[in-house]
Design a protein around this ligand. Sequence first.
Ligand code: COA
Length: 251
Amino acid sequence: MPLKWHMSTNISSRVDSSARAVDPTVVHSSIAKVKQTWQTRGPFAAAVAILETFVRPLFRLRRRLLFMVLLDHPRTSSEWNVSEHLLIIGANNQKDLSPRVTAFLSTVDQQDDLRGVKDGNILFLVTNGIECLHRGYIRLIDPGASDAKSVFFGGFENAPEIRSCETAPQARGKGLYRRVLNEQLRYLQALGHDRAVLYVMAENVASIKGATAAGFKLTRTLHDWIVFNLLVFQRVREAGSARWRLFLRSR
Ligand SMILES: CC(C)(COP(=O)(O)OP(=O)(O)OC[C@H]1O[C@@H](n2cnc3c(N)ncnc32)[C@H](O)[C@@H]1OP(=O)(O)O)[C@@H](O)C(=O)NCCC(=O)NCCS
């Protein structure tokens, strides 16, 4: 039976959606956000959300956190319930993915990650035989120009990265993220890597908790003031000190 996918098709807390400011899906998601804000937090909060929507292309603040883990001690394997199945997909077995799963993984946000599997990235999937419960990638190939310049600069460009992780809403809070992270780190250890990195939006509490539980430590805080979606004033906090960088945004 083909696997069903019940995940959202967009990791909203991670994806830098303003990069697609003219994309109709962004317009729809902005309207949905305003509606939801009105319903949950009232008209004043909705007015602020509308204002933010218009100001965003001119100026916005993006706060990201870079975490690193040292792979310097043995890790015990994660425990799985009888209904949870971990699949590790690389270039050699990517063809075994069903067309339906491939279609799901080919959404706009995920295309590059999926394409990277044939070049050496690794996809971790957890299924219960019917539904896919969790997805996450290990990026072993070079980071894209944008991430290399704005996140991994100064020494982390070559570290393997855990990225694009998502747990299906109905499977959240059961430690799937933490357990898959642990398996991804064991996998990297077996390949001989001595560290791994990941980055998240600073407001993504669940991701920060899961990463910390898997052993990641906060290494770098990045606050980007982005002007006209082009010029980035970046404050970098790292190893107890802060510094500023100025650069043009890569697409
Ligand atoms: C982030 C995400 C992958 C976590 O998945 P998960 O399988 O539910 O994570 P875990 O069950 O391992 O939980 C991790 C921790 O976050 C906590 N947590 C889960 N959801 C939370 C929420 N909405 N708010 C605050 N904490 C939350 C859990 O209690 C757990 O903390 P604990 O170990 O102290 O109990 C999931 O919330 C998700 O898919 N979010 C949308 C996509 C995303 O943000 N991906 C991360 C991009 S890198």
